[in-house]
Design a protein around this ligand. Structure first.
Ligand SMILES: [Zn+2]
Ligand SMILES: [Zn+2]
Length: 628
């Protein structure tokens, strides 16, 4: 038989050859370093036979940042963790231990609860295993054998897994530890150069709160100590940038127990909010959108017509008005449908682009609320574009270009996910070819990298989810662009064509920031609170050295009119006031004492640079970067 290598060359192998055999045929070094076989995007254990004609890629310890190579390393590390825990805690019961983003975990039922302080001891035991060395062997067994084994070991969770398993059952063994596992696994433990247990949490067996609560031990592992160190540094940096910490510290917003999930915005936070709003208005105006304003509460009938009841009913705040059921809007579409439907529309009016940023309310469960990232009062930069079938392509292209423009303002790169026709789709395949094609074309035109999520679209149309990558390399889901023919027809909306007949309408729902709240939360973390000058709530802080300098400083403030300037004239030392300005990450700080005058100002820039500038030069320098 033969298989194909990534360079398309053929490799002849004896019948039944495994991935490891293929690696050996290429070279002993490769075989030693091999960790995994990848084939058409799927991963395969090195120990399993290859198929005739199969394309293969052999991953090695050098693919140290490949997600699949990391997953097999971490999954193998989870097995070492389970072995260590079993040795240290007789009577413990083991559940499951998969790799996850950035690491792995294993769930256990401990005879006595353990604490964070116990983790170093477990880590020590894993290090001992690594020093001794472990290699993994794989065997296939029958369900009866597997059940007998785990019953004998008194492992009820494993017995349950055997009873609900589909397909062949395999065991992986290292040292004295055997686990029920589909694999894949490393050949041996040598590639695991760095491992760390990172935390403890409670987790219900199979995620169901009716089941017993287990203890989940989290960890991570890498192919080198340097990679682990870099990862831990990123985690620390993310903590320092956490918007839930920086928001109150920078006096931007806070949350109150009196209305969980709805931010109370402080004046400085509103500068961020309003700057985003100015950009939204300016760009919408340039791109032919019309600003509208629609009600916040509607009778229940409206949401039945729109289709949001009963599907999203639980997410909406309901109220009773004049003994009838009403609800607060969780989305703007129904209002925009009513507005558009207020008169008969001609094809000459289309496309119509309605934009509206009024607050929406969503009854998110308190347990899922997360700072500004998941809130109950949410402000979307929402718009609905009503158009004909022929206009879809241009409209989508315009929206994607708009999104790209916005994200680049903030120095973030965009990527996208295109969700295509699901099994329960409405409409013909030809229609879907057209609409999916329009979305895909727009992404290509704007050079936005994208992945296709087959079958993930809504039944009424395909969708683009926009993602941004921040300065720490984290990806955030931002805006969405959703094509829809259903909602207009539910509201009986049509347009009169050139042929004087009524035709069906399309609507595009789109939000590009996503929501102001979420976007600001992400920006706070992206910039670590050190906003660019045009976005900074305070652009210049003036610090008079003594009481005698206050008057001059206030005159200076007037001279800098148009910029966001404040004065710190507290009875604190100059040093303390400078430090506070640094903590607030203010871009320019001017300290004014006896030696200063309009001709010569002592300016400290964020980051530590100290320069002397005339007032005119300072004003010119800041004005250049103060607006966008
Ligand atoms: Zn496993
Ligand atoms: Zn909508």
């Amino acid at each position: 038989m033969k298989v194909f290598l990534p360079d398309k060359s053929e490799l002849e192998l004896p019948e039944g050859a495994t991935g490891l055999d293929a690696a050996r045929a290429i070279g002993p070094k490769l075989a030693e370093q091999a960790v995994l076989v990848r084939s058409n995007g799927r991963v395969q254990d090195l120990r399993l036979p290859l198929e005739d004609g199969q394309p293969i890629q052999i991953l090695t310890t050098r693919d140290a940042s490949d997600p699949d190579a990391l997953a097999v390393l971490r999954h193998s590390s989870a097995h070492l963790l389970a072995e260590a825990v079993r040795r240290l805690y007789p009577g413990v019961k083991i559940a499951i231990g998969p790799p996850i983003d950035n690491g792995f975990y294993y769930d256990f039922e401990f005879p006595e609860p353990i604490r964070e302080e116990d983790l170093p001891r477990i880590e020590e035991e894993i290090r001992r295993e690594l020093a001794e060395g472990r290699s993994w062997t794989r065997e296939e067994v029958t369900a009866d054998e597997a059940r007998r084994r785990f019953e004998a070991e008194n492992e009820p969770y494993k017995v349950e897994l055997v009873d609900t398993a589909e397909g062949p059952i395999s065991f992986y063994t290292q040292g004295e530890f055997t686990d029920l596992c589909r694999g894949p696994h490393l050949q041996d433990s040598r590639p695991i150069k760095a491992i760390k247990l990172t935390g403890l949490a409670g987790a219900y067996w199979r995620g169901d709160e009716k089941n017993p609560q287990l203890t989940r031990i989290y960890g991570t592992a890498f192919y080198s100590q340097a990679d682990l160190d870099a990862y831990l540094e990123r985690v620390e940096e993310a903590k320092r940038r956490d918007h839930r910490r920086l928001g109150p510290q920078l006096d931007l917003f806070h949350f109150s127990e009196r209305s969980p999930g709805s931010a109370l915005w402080h004046p400085k936070g509103m500068v961020l909010f309003n700057t985003l709003e100015q950009i939204r208005r300016r760009e919408n105006a340039k791109r032919g959108y019309s600003e509208v304003r629609t009600p916040i509460i509607y009778d229940a009938e409206t949401f039945i017509t729109s289709g949001h009841f009963p599907k999203y009913e639980d997410l909406m705040f309901k109220l009773e008005v004049d003994e009838h059921p009403w609800a607060m809007k969780a989305m703007n579409c129904p209002g925009h449908m009513l507005l558009f439907g207020s008169k008969l529309r001609s094809y000459r009016e289309l496309p119509v682009r309605y934009a509206e940023p009024t607050p929406l309310h969503r009854n998110e469960l308190t347990g899922t609320l997360h700072g500004l990232l998941r809130v109950r009062m949410i402000t979307q930069d929402d718009a609905h574009i009503f158009c004909t079938e022929e206009q879809i392509q241009d409209e989508i292209a315009g929206i994607v270009a708009y999104a790209r423009y916005l994200y680049e303002l903030f120095g973030m790169s965009a990527s996208a996910e295109l969700s295509t026709r699901p099994d329960n789709k409405l409409g013909t395949d030809e229609q879907w070819d057209m609409t999916e094609g329009a979305l895909e074309e727009a992404l290509k035109l704007n050079e936005i990298p994208y992945e296709v999520a087959p079958g993930e679209g809504a039944f009424y149309g395909p969708k683009i989810d926009l993602h941004m990558e921040d300065v720490l390399g984290r990806k955030w889901q931002m805006g969405t662009i959703q094509l829809d023919s259903q909602m207009p027809s539910r509201f009986g909306l049509t347009y009169v064509g050139a042929d004087n007949r009524e035709h069906p309408l399309y609507v595009v729902h789109r939000a590009l920031y996503g929501s102001f709240e979420r976007f600001i939360g992400i920006l706070i973390e992206h910039y670590g609170g050190a906003f660019p000058v045009w976005l900074a709530p305070v652009q210049v802080r003036l610090i008079p050295v003594g009481e005698d300098h206050r008057e001059a400083v206030h005159e200076l403030q007037e001279q800098l009119e148009g910029l966001r300037v404040d004065v710190d004239e507290r009875d604190e030392t100059v040093g303390k006031r400078i430090r506070d300005a640094e903590l607030e990450k203010i871009p320019y700080v001017v300290v004014y004492g006896d030696k200063e005058s309009d001709a010569s100002l002592a300016v400290r820039k964020r980051g530590g640079e100290q320069i002397t500038l005339s007032l005119d030069a300072l004003r010119a320098e800041i004005s250049e970067v103060a607006t966008l």
